[in-house]
Design a protein around this ligand. Structure first.
Ligand SMILES: NC(=O)c1ccc[n+]([C@@H]2O[C@H](COP(=O)([O-])OP(=O)(O)OC[C@H]3O[C@@H](n4cnc5c(N)ncnc54)[C@H](OP(=O)(O)O)[C@@H]3O)[C@@H](O)[C@H]2O)c1
Length: 252
């Protein structure tokens, strides 16, 4: 798919991976519709990339539907969705409130589903489009004290995998990028800094470059960094060995 001239909606573009993706895609000539929650940071990214800023809270399902409507209103259509907005939560499960569970699931899983539902009919009618979801290695390997976050991202995995089968032959592509650890404000916001030595944090620009490539090629999946595909695959083909190794070298 050609990025130049295509309308790309990037959620969570006010920070981290989303902001880096906005800059990357602006360089490739995309017409950007940029979503975030913090109006000041989002406006700054929009000003630097020539995008249109839409400020919406995605902690309820109505937010995603309102965002999809507003994006089509300002740009006429959406050719590519980069579903990136997300939030973490880290700590013992009993310490998590019901409201916090609801917010993590709403932002990370329900909103991508609702955005897709709203934008899909237009993409199908035009016969082309890309749906790119930012998942997480947490969904593939499990991470202690991030059970709800991991479950929300595993939901995205299952949703995207199924949708890819459903959309075969339509001209639409479905991609999931699976980052490990990315140097963004994500960890400060989830309430616990990242302390492990592996995987080493990558720059958000590295993930943005993978997202750009996925839009062009429609490739189904990429881990970032690529070696993370090994523990993810080991968990599937040799789960006992994976758990033995993870218990010794893993953790949150
Ligand atoms: N950083 C990592 O190590 C890592 C690893 C794997 C996967 N990921 C995933 O990558 C994606 C981007 O994360 P990031 O690392 O770039 O983190 P980030 O810098 O904290 O950015 C998160 C983005 O999501 C938006 N967002 C959060 N809650 C929202 C809500 N309730 N309504 C609307 N927007 C909301 C934020 O908007 P505001 O800033 O405007 O509030 C921000 O634009 C997330 O889906 C995350 O789960 C990150």
């Amino acid at each position: 798919m050609r990025i130049a001239g295509s309308v790309v909606l990037v959620t969570g573009a006010s920070s981290g991976i989303g902001a880096a993706t906005a800059h990357r895609l602006a360089g490739a000539g995309a017409r950007l519709v940029l979503h975030g929650r913090d109006a000041d940071r989002l406006t700054a990214v929009a000003a630097a990339t020539g995008g249109t800023a839409l400020t919406v809270d995605l902690s309820g399902p109505a937010g995603a539907r309102a965002l999809a409507r507003a994006a089509v209103e300002v740009a006429g259509q959406v050719d590519v969705l980069v579903s990136n907005a997300g939030r973490g939560w880290c700590g013992p499960l009993p310490a998590m409130t019901g409201a916090q569970v609801g917010e993590v699931v709403a932002v990370n899983l329900v909103s991508p589903i609702e955005l897709t539902r709203a934008l899909l009919p237009g993409m199908l009618a035009r016969g082309h489009g890309r749906l790119v979801y930012v998942g997480s290695i947490a969904a593939r390997t499990g991470v202690a004290e991030e059970a709800v976050y991991a479950a929300s991202k595993a939901g995205v995995d299952g949703f995207a995998e199924s949708l890819r089968f459903e959309l075969a032959g339509t001209g639409l592509g479905v991609s999931v990028v699976v980052p490990g650890v990315v140097a963004t404000p994500f960890f400060a916001r989830r309430g616990r800094p990242y302390r492990r030595s592996l995987p080493r944090p990558v720059a958000p620009e590295t993930v943005a470059a993978v997202i750009e490539r996925m839009i062009v090629t429609g490739r189904a999946e990429r881990h970032v960094p690529g070696w993370l595909a090994v523990p993810a695959a080991l968990r599937v083909v040799a789960p006992s060995a994976y758990r033995w190794l993870a218990a010794r070298f893993g953790g949150s």
